[in-house]
Ligand binder design. Structure first.
Ligand SMILES: C[S@@+](CC[C@H](N)C(=O)[O-])C[C@H]1O[C@@H](n2cnc3c(N)ncnc32)[C@H](O)[C@@H]1O
Length: 267
């Protein structure tokens, strides 16, 4: 099933999740692109490294990453075909240095990356909270990273969009599927168990406001309430989203981000 903007909800990605609408996400993801730019800046790079973008989405943040490694390479990995289509379009002028891989991060290993040399760094933005098994995903990252390689990531933290989820719940709009908004302490412990050192994990609030109800509605439909709406016919999406907006105290999404900087141990 497809819509003019790409696959409709209900088309499953390899991880069994509801498919994204890559074109709509690319148009609407200004907040994620803004946060992502700051996260990319945390990578310490000489310019010739190979970096894995784990959950590259439509490639807006990947584009910033490609610019940071003018003599290096980027592996843009995502589970969503629709997102990868957008990323390929966006990054077509860098096709010689970007390799696109459709894969589930829960199954990531050296073979997923074509058996190439281990990567010098892993970047991941706005992705890890969609995966509940963080122990496995961190172990998988470690398995494809060279000793001493950097991990720089950001995703939703404990408390992320709690007020929005409460507003949705209050009008009977419930989320399907599963997610993990992890706390910094448990994340640091997981990273240690997976073989990471120099671990720094912290959170920051990112309250995000929208110019008007239309832009808030389109954003909620494509990003935050995507899984709430997955089992509902398309024609009902906007009325349900309007009900949620009506239950929100203000047109502000109460994002809280979990930030990770770490290194794969040398030994
Ligand atoms: C909100 S988008 C973030 C995209 C981009 N990194 C950004 O910051 O805008 C989350 C992405 O994670 C991907 N994703 C979620 N679970 C995944 C998994 N298990 N394996 C690979 N990609 C996954 C989704 O397909 C989606 O493209």
């Amino acid at each position: 099933m497809t819509t003019p903007d790409g696959p409709a909800a209900g088309d499953a990605s390899p991880s069994g999740r509801v498919e994204w609408n890559g074109a709509a996400y690319d148009r609407l993801s200004a907040p994620q692109a803004r946060w992502g730019r700051a996260v990319v800046e945390r990578l310490v790079l000489g310019g010739n490294e190979t970096v894995l973008d784990a959950g590259c989405g439509s490639g807006r943040v990947t584009e910033e990453l490609v610019a940071r490694v003018p003599e290096g390479r980027v592996v843009a990995l995502d589970a969503s075909a629709s997102m990868l289509d957008e990323a390929r379009r966006r990054l077509r002028s860098h096709a010689d240095r970007v390799r696109f891989v459709r894969a589930d991060l829960l199954a990531l290993d050296r073979r997923t990356l074509g058996g190439d040399a281990p990567v010098d760094a892993v970047l991941s933005t706005a992705t890890l909270h969609w995966i509940t098994d963080h122990d496995r995903v961190f172990a998988n990252f470690a398995a494809v990273m060279r000793p001493g390689a950097q991990l720089v990531a950001q995703c939703g933290a404990e408390g992320n969009i709690a007020r929005l989820l409460e507003a949705a719940h209050s009008v009977g709009v419930e989320r399907a599927g599963s997610w993990l908004y992890a706390a910094p302490e448990e994340t640091a412990r997981r990273l240690g168990r997976a073989g990471f050192v120099d671990v720094d994990v912290w959170t920051n609030p990112e309250p995000t406001s929208f110019a008007d109800e239309d832009s808030l509605g389109a954003f909620l439909e494509t990003v935050c309430l995507r899984e709430h709406l997955a089992t509902v016919p398309r024609a009902q999406w906007r009325p349900l989203v309007q009900r949620v907006i009506g239950a929100m105290a203000d047109p502000v999404i109460d994002y809280v981000r979990l930030n990770i900087v770490a290194r794969r141990a040398l030994g």
